[in-house]
Ligand binder design. Sequence first.
Ligand code: ATP
Ligand code: MN
Length: 465
Amino acid sequence: MTAISSQRIKKIISDPPWGATLEIKGWLKSKRDAKDFSFLDVGDGSCIQGLQVIADSSLVNYQREIKKLTTGCSLRIVGVLQKSPAQGQNAELIAQEISVYGWADPDHYPLQKKKQSFEFLRSIPHLRGRTNSMGAMIRIRSRLSYAIHQFFQERGFHQLHTPIITTSDCEGAGEMFTLTALDLDQLVASPAKKVDYSADFFGQKASLTVSGQLEAETYAQALGNVYTFGPTFRAENSNTSRHLAEFWMVEPEMAFCDLEGDMNLAEEMLQFLIADLVNSCPDDLELFNRFVDKSLMTRLAKIKEAFTRLSYSEAIDHLLASKQAFEYPVSWGIDLQTEHEKYLTDSLFQRPVIVYNYPKNIKPFYMRDNDDGKTVAAMDVLIPGIGEIIGGSQREERLDILQQRMAECGVAEESYQWYLDLRRFGSVPHAGFGLGFERLVLFATGLSNIRDVIPFPRTPGSAAI
Ligand code: ATP
Ligand code: MN
């Protein structure tokens, strides 16, 4: 074997070293046989494009192996890079040596060249990453993740690793997964009809976190600006195309910040992330623009324009004035449903919309009371095609009002003494939000089902791989 180091196809295509002898390693996307040679389209996952390889019949293993190659086989190829005489083909590798790492029995390999539905691909999460669309999605997801850290780090935010195991329920919605080390089978068999959590691992009931916000608040009031980016878990039984039981959330928290500063950061962040993506992943985005959503690039370009901001009360007025028939009736005090959110973003304003000052009865205890006695300083960012992508608020920093809200919401003070301490000692106005990372990837790709923007989706009844 020739001793040269292998190169990624992305690099070869972006800056072709014409005439050089190169080694690539990857998987066969497709093969076409001509009279005295074969065209192999080989991909290695570094980019959407494959590299065309010319395998001449004079290769020693041509009859024995190369002619038998099928989609999915893994290969090592050494060859000379040359400009392709064919139109539309920039570079091709004239193979000198081809070795096969692994065969992929065409009778059983499920990813043949023909286009597969996203639904079918969901049944093979361990293999779907090899398709163009899922490969592109993961590269986009990875880049967005990188850009999130870049955005916050460049602005002096410190990353905070908040716990995944928690004993507080941030949203108070009771949609948490209980985490236990108790032997459930034994428990069922025992005569006591009540679970004794004091005998459990942590000496009290514990769950998987639904948000890192409350913990992030503690460090915002020490370091100023922090952000978390981690997995969150919600046992909500909503089998929709926008909900997962396990999803990733980005949560900045800022001391000395009010609701307006919070909205400004959310808008600036989304604009930064999309601009970065358009710049860094044009080929992957182009695939989605061509095959999934023809208005994708237009929508992404439009995010540069200022978001529309309006209060919840104004939003309700717009909904009441609209001629559209909604399934869920509109009146002041309702929680906005997806159809309402989409009316604002897709029909009325045709751009992202930030709705602020929601009725306090539909929001959690920690949001700051407004002077009107009816609303709290909450804000949701709604985006075209999806609806809510960000939920945030200014937090209640006044001890007495917070205690009153906790009582109203039935939140027991005992377990939140640490949270109240933040209001007892050097309390400051502060605000933050949570961005649903998968909803961002939905927006960035134009894909319509949240199960297609995370490698291994967890939804009700489904966590096989
Ligand atoms: P929704 O009303 O859409 O269920 P929410 O108001 O319960 O969302 P928040 O508690 O405000 O959500 O969480 C912040 C963000 O996390 C949301 O704006 C959304 O982008 C995302 N998110 C919330 N729940 C889920 C979920 N089950 N799967 C994926 N993303 C989610
Ligand atoms: Mn929300």
